[in-house]
Design a protein around this ligand. Structure first.
Ligand code: PLP
Length: 393
């Protein structure tokens, strides 16, 4: 037997393991120090009460013969897809309930979508990048090309003039750089994808953090319906990182290589996925109710305020950064030309604050650092005060 030898081409992703190792070693050697983690990419606030109540009701329904549910529809229950469609309508984007697939999260769909595409497509990702896009395509043996996100373009890569690709991953607001594309920037990407007969895979996992008029969906952009697929998630929007629920939108008219993409993905899901559980879909629908939206917005506002606290410290210190405004991430240039890991150690040892070295997300991350706003308020304020004291010297 043979394994998939493409796995030999994966670069070991030691980023978070190395962060944990260095942090734990420091804590062991300095047990009296209070270390604060601003590297965390997971949420910390609990689920909204209205969501918990809906999940409890869902569990109760499973306990009675009259309301018991077995296998769900592959694409998700109609009531949830309709609620998602109405949510899009709320920010002026038309997505039909019949174009939505409910999933167990954006990571799975971003990784699995490659099942329906040929191996010899060229894949474009931005650098720095959410590693799932890269690794899942290395596993499939696809060639990967890069569009550079740098300080020159505000860490929001634009289509390279001389490079073509068949599949393009974009993430806005971006993890890790926090930048959010404007309408005009997205229009350039949409035009580029349509002109190259490419498919744009758009990850909108952080759309709920947008505070200005940046598009909340790729389908707000003219021309996207003939080139784009959108992934979204309730993880950061509503605290579903452990509960698991997301959705993928494929316009019915999206065609490539003589095939309808919606139908291909339906076939893939029907073969390999048996849907999201009833209590979770009940809870997810509650997220989109009026009360649900009110409650989740309170949590998002809490993280946004943390992001504001971190960003204003960077402003005070005169440190270049992106994100913070439309995103829970603050992507900053390491002071005094320090390298990412050098700054990691410096911050850990002198301020007892943990962040994430940018070079773990790609070569353009070298010399950059990611802080997140998912921690609690008190710790965020304390961490920021320590950073200010250290770097203002
Ligand atoms: N997409 C991006 C850009 C992310 O940063 C994350 C999580 O950190 C995900 C997707 C994962 O989403 P989910 O929890 O829905 O799988």
């Amino acid at each position: 037997m043979k394994i998939n030898s493409n796995y030999d081409n994966l670069v070991p992703n030691y980023l978070f393991a190395e962060v944990a190792k260095r942090t734990n070693e420091y804590i062991k050697a300095n047990p009296d120090k209070k270390v604060i983690r601003l590297g965390i990419g997971d949420v910390t606030l609990p689920l909204a009460p209205v969501v918990v109540e809906a999940m409890k009701q869902g569990a109760d329904e499973l306990g009675h013969k009259e309301t018991f549910k077995g296998y769900p529809d592959y694409e998700g229950y109609e009531f949830l897809r309709q609620a998602i469609s109405d949510y899009y309508k709320g920010f002026g984007v038309k997505v039909d309930a019949g174009e939505i697939f409910v999933s167990d999260g954006a990571k799975s769909d971003c990784g699995n979508i490659g099942d329906i595409f040929g191996e010899d497509n060229v894949v474009m990702v931005t650098d720095p990048v959410y590693p799932v896009y890269v690794d899942s395509n290395i596993m499939a043996g696809r060639k990967i090309v890069y569009a550079d996100s740098t300080a020159e373009n505000g860490f929001a890569a634009m289509p390279p003039k001389d490079v073509k690709a068949d599949i393009i991953y974009l993430c806005s607001p971006n993890n890790p750089t926090g930048s959010a594309y404007t309408y005009d920037q997205l229009k350039e990407w949409v035009d580029y994808a349509n002109a190259n007969d490419a498919i744009l895979l758009y990850d909108a996992a952080y759309e709920a953090f947008i505070t200005d008029d940046a598009p909340r969906s790729i389908f707000a952009v003219e021309g996207a319906r003939t080139c784009a697929i959108e992934f979204c998630s309730l993880s950061k929007t509503a605290g579903f990182t452990g509960t698991r629920c997301g959705y993928t939108v494929i316009p019915k008219e999206l065609e490539r290589d003589g095939h309808n993409i919606y139908k291909l993905w339906y076939r893939r899901e029907a073969t390999k996925f048996n849907g999201v559980s009833w209590p979770v879909q009940r809870g997810a629908a509650a997220v989109f109710s009026e009360e649900g939206q009110k409650q989740i917005k309170e949590n998002i506002a809490y993280y946004q305020e943390n992001a504001r606290i971190i960003s204003s410290a960077m402003d005070e210190l005169g440190i270049y950064y992106t994100g913070g405004k439309n995103s829970p991430y603050i992507w900053l240039k390491c002071p005094n030309s320090m390298g990412s890991w050098e700054f990691f150690d410096y911050l850990l040892e002198n301020a007892n604050v943990v962040g994430t070295p940018g070079e773990g997300f790609g070569k353009n991350g070298a010399g950059y650092f990611r802080l997140t706003s998912f921690g609690d308020r008190e710790n965020t304020i304390e961490a920021v005060n320590r950073i200010k004291k250290l770097l203002a010297k």
